[in-house]
Design a protein around this ligand. Structure first.
Ligand SMILES: NC(=O)c1ccc[n+]([C@@H]2O[C@H](COP(=O)([O-])OP(=O)(O)OC[C@H]3O[C@@H](n4cnc5c(N)ncnc54)[C@H](OP(=O)(O)O)[C@@H]3O)[C@@H](O)[C@H]2O)c1
Length: 330
């Protein structure tokens, strides 16, 4: 397996696009080739600020700015497109980029529902391009180590998972997270991580599920709590929220121990295995400061383009969307 160099084109100049652009510049394989915004001046400013940023491996000096997404995806120098746009635009721009012959890394959740996700992977197959939903925590060495530990029986038989992903940020009707028609709400924004991780840990799809949603005055769920039951006697409880003090902990309990993770999606603190006598046997998996999350993600994407096993295969994304659909339909 060889890791190709990837010329990245980044759609959008929002919060996560900035983080990903920096990640590309710090990655081993990625070149920040182009950025596009709906507004060319905004795009120039964005790239200018990145040029001033110290700490890059690959500079932004040669990064092109585009005043439309269409122009960027038509650029023959771009190998892969990163879609850092609001959820309701993922489908349109993923299809456009794939049809233009680009590989695509699209932010989570990949689509507004499972049929849309299926459609996007069908286009990727037709175009023979890689399409990955950017659940970046899946690209962390920590996540792989936890999955291997659980599957290897380090905590005996997996029984209970308690996964939480909440943050607290000022609510605004201008924020797409608060726009129901655009795929907003806490389940879609961060609850999706809990569902994704739980399904991977259980190694199968849930057979029963339920959720309670608190409705914000802007018309979306701003926090929620839910349960999933898996056919192999494993249960999940999860919480998610956008107006709640930050809690991103995971507790994974089995018949012979448990695993505690302070921030399961970021990998800064690693994870701890606690045995039944209460003794901590190991803390491992910490991400090094030299391994920024989004740089790891960009390199992991390049690996898949180069032929490595996909760390977020289509069937996982589609399965996750099906659970999100079912929970929201209740
Ligand atoms: N993986 C992660 O760690 C992570 C973290 C946060 C968010 N996300 C995901 O990333 C995506 C973007 O989230 P974000 O927090 O970066 O959002 P954001 O800060 O609001 O940025 C979204 C960008 O999309 C563009 N855009 C195009 N049409 C838009 C519209 N109608 N309304 C608002 N923006 C529009 C804008 O860029 P231009 O004006 O320049 O075109 C805007 O800056 C979402 O899918 C979210 O779920 C992922």
């Amino acid at each position: 397996m060889s890791r190709p160099r990837i010329n990245w084109g980044i759609l959008g100049t929002g919060m996560i696009a900035r983080k990903f652009a920096r990640g590309v510049a710090l990655s081993k394989s990625g070149i920040p080739k182009a950025v596009a915004s709906r507004d060319w001046d905004k795009c120039k400013d964005f790239v200018g600020q990145l040029q001033d940023w110290s700490g890059v491996n690959h500079s932004f000096d040669d990064t092109d700015s585009f005043g439309s997404y269409e122009e960027l995806i038509r650029n023959p120098l771009v190998d892969a497109v990163y879609i850092g746009l609001p959820n309701h635009l993922h489908r349109e721009w993923t299809i456009a980029a794939l049809r233009a012959g680009k590989h695509v890394l699209c932010e989570k959740p990949l689509a507004l529902n499972a049929p849309e996700a299926e459609e996007l992977f069908a286009v990727a197959r037709e175009e023979n391009r890689i399409l990955i939903e950017a659940f970046m925590y899946r690209a962390l060495p920590q996540t792989k180590a936890i999955l291997e530990s659980v599957q290897g029986g380090v905590i005996g038989d997996l029984r209970l998972m308690r996964l939480n992903f909440t943050f607290n940020r000022e609510a605004s009707p201008d924020d797409v997270r608060y726009q129901a028609e655009n795929g907003g709400g806490s389940l879609m924004d961060v609850g999706c991580y809990c569902i994704d991780f739980a399904r991977s840990l259980a190694g199968t799809e849930p057979v029963e599920m339920s959720a309670l949603f608190h409705q914000h005055e802007f018309g979306v769920d701003d926090y929620a709590a839910g349960t999933l039951a898996f056919p192999n006697d494993i249960l999940l409880t999860f919480t998610c929220g956008m107006t709640v003090t930050s809690d991103q902990t995971a507790h994974i309990a089995g018949s012979e121990g448990r695993i505690e993770i302070p921030r399961f999606w970021f990998g800064e603190e690693g994870f701890t295995i606690v045995k039944p006598d209460g003794k901590t046997v190991e803390t491992k998996g910490k991400r090094k400061a030299s391994q920024p999350v989004y740089a790891l993600e960009a390199d992991a994407f390049a690996d898949v383009v180069g032929g490595a096993e996909n760390w977020n295969p289509p069937e996982n994304t589609i399965g996750n969307m099906r659970v999100l659909d079912e929970l929201r339909a209740r």
